[in-house]
Design a protein around this ligand. Structure first.
Ligand SMILES: [Zn+2]
Length: 167
């Protein structure tokens, strides 16, 4: 795809379901248009359906090897340098930093490192960040911010996460 147009910075945040789902929907759309798509998943180590689907679509997904699934993985998550590498070498059309807000919350990604990463983004690369409680500094830097609001969620009635729907 042509890189002539400026890539936008998106944030999908809020407490409702749909943030990562929206990001993967965009990934599908971009890949379907011939775009090069890279997903970096913070705080996720369980197998999930989107990994299998992404591979079929040629979407590269990178996860944290020192991650335990959730919580703090290291003083500085190695996924940050993976993101820099993609920005520098992969000519990416779309990069998704899935659950990066959780990594910020747990302290394995520092806010100054995130703002530096935003500054390193190539002109034509669209960037999506997901997760609850997006910090104001990142919201200010974004071009599009969507907050998913929970009106109802079956978790509150004790329904467990279901294969194919939550993972
Ligand atoms: Zn990590």
């Amino acid at each position: 795809m042509a890189d002539a147009e400026k890539g936008m910075v998106h944030i999908y945040t809020g407490c409702g379901k749909g943030k990562s789902t929206a990001a993967f929907g965009l990934a599908m759309r971009c890949a379907g248009n011939g775009g090069r798509v890279f997903v970096i998943q913070f705080q996720k180590s369980r197998p999930c359906g989107e990994l299998v689907s992404a591979a079929k679509l040629g979407i590269e997904v990178t996860r944290c090897t020192s991650g335990r699934g959730s919580g703090r993985c290291a003083s500085s998550c190695p996924l940050l340098s993976a993101a820099y590498d993609i920005f520098k070498n992969k000519d990416a059309d779309l990069v998704i930093l899935d659950e990066v807000m959780a990594a910020l919350k747990h302290g394995c990604v520092a806010l100054p490192d995130m703002t530096a990463l935003l500054s390193a983004r190539p002109f034509g690369t669209e960037l999506v960040m997901t997760g609850r409680n997006a910090p104001e500094e990142l919201v200010e830097r974004a071009d599009l911010v969507t907050e998913m609001i929970k009106i109802k969620h079956y978790y509150d009635k004790g329904r467990a996460a279901k294969r194919g729907i939550e993972f």
